[in-house]
Design a protein around this ligand. Structure first.
Ligand SMILES: Cc1cc2nc3c(=O)[nH]c(=O)nc-3n(C[C@H](O)[C@H](O)[C@H](O)COP(=O)(O)O)c2cc1C
Length: 323
């Protein structure tokens, strides 16, 4: 069901969440989502505690800025060190976070090799310490976002469920893939159901939600809410659309020229946030494919995007392909 969601004593009007996407989910993206949809909350991209604590304030803006026009924000932190994580949790609480999440799903080698991200899933004692450090450092709801071990009877999933509960996390987000799996591997709903049935705290299901049917499949796991990742990019109205369709209300999907305007607005706002047009446009190359879902000649557009270095050039390309 789409219904209000209570996490750590805080109630949100619905249970549809826009998840964290590195390189994407900073304030411009989140504000765009809020312009068209009202998720329970949306997430920052993963923020390294070291970066947060040690880099100059100007460099941190990309990670910590909250737009006045967006709703509640969950800050996602990454660390393998309890005292560093405690300090970072205090900082983001002061910055206006409404929830704080620990990343335990990142599959990137550089992160795993430091014992962070999905590397924490096989180090339960360390995971316990990190969660308790967060809980002791904020009054906000604290969550953990994990990947699964790939088999709902696997002892690792049971162990992770136990540690997350024992350490006092307020809720758990489960992305139903193993850290070695790419997006071609379908999300494992049975593994998500295992966590839902095992745990007393709310479990949020994540993976492959892009339309009403995949939303319903996820809700059938019994999860308290759902998190949407990639499908929210380039269609900031998706959460609104899913809510309407779930309630059998009509929803008119905005045409291609609205997607074009959203893309342009996203990159212009990113330029302002980063104070660097070139960097914003380079970043836009990585997410152009999401905005170009419905473009006739998507492959050629993406190829041309790869030589785009300015907003002017981007604008020309968008008016050529998105009309
Ligand atoms: C480009 C990209 C960046 C991501 N960055 C993060 C991140 O910073 N933190 C995180 O927990 N998950 C991250 N994820 C994983 C997503 O949050 C989500 O778990 C995953 O994409 C599955 O959901 P989906 O099928 O709805 O996209 C990222 C995924 C993608 C594709």
């Amino acid at each position: 069901m789409i219904k209000p969601l209570t996490l750590g004593g805080v109630t949100f009007p619905n249970n549809l969440i826009q998840g964290p996407l590195a390189g994407l989910s900073c304030a411009p993206f989140r504000r765009l989502t809020w312009q068209f949809s009202q998720p329970a909350f949306s997430c920052t991209e993963m923020i390294s505690c070291k970066t947060l604590l040690n880099s100059p304030i100007a460099l941190q803006q990309r990670f910590v800025k909250i737009d006045p026009l967006e709703g509640p924000v969950c800050f996602q932190l990454s660390s393998n060190n309890a005292s560093e994580l405690a300090e970072a949790t205090k900082r983001v609480t002061g910055f206006g976070a409404q929830l704080v999440d620990l990343n335990c799903g990142c599959p990137v080698k550089k992160i795993r090799s430091k014992g962070a991200g999905s590397g924490l899933l096989t180090h339960p004692a360390q995971l316990y310490q990190l969660i308790t450090a967060m809980k002791q450092s904020t009054h906000l709801p604290v969550s953990v976002k994990i990947r699964v071990e790939g088999n709902s009877n696997d002892k690792f999933n049971a162990e992770v469920a136990q540690v997350v509960s024992d350490a006092g996390a307020d809720f758990l987000v489960v992305h139903g893939r193993h850290w070695t799996e790419h997006y071609e591997t379908p999300c494992k709903h049975d593994d998500i159901r295992f966590f839902v049935e095992t745990m007393k705290i709310p479990v949020i299901g994540n993976g492959d939600i892009s339309n009403l049917s995949s939303l319903k499949t996820m809700l059938e796991t019994g999860c308290a809410g759902v998190m949407i990742g990639r499908a929210g990019v380039g269609q900031p109205w998706l959460i609104k659309q899913l809510e309407a369709e779930f309630n059998q209300e009509s929803f008119i999907i905005p045409p291609l020229n609205v997607i074009r305007d959203c893309f342009l607005e996203h990159v212009k706002d990113l330029t302002t946030l980063l104070n660097n047009e070139k960097f914003a446009v380079l970043q836009a190359r990585t997410f152009a494919k999401y905005y170009a879902r419905d473009v006739n000649n998507k492959a050629q557009f993406c190829t041309e995007m790869n030589s785009c270095t300015s907003i002017n050039h981007l604008e020309q390309l968008l008016f050529r392909y998105f009309s």
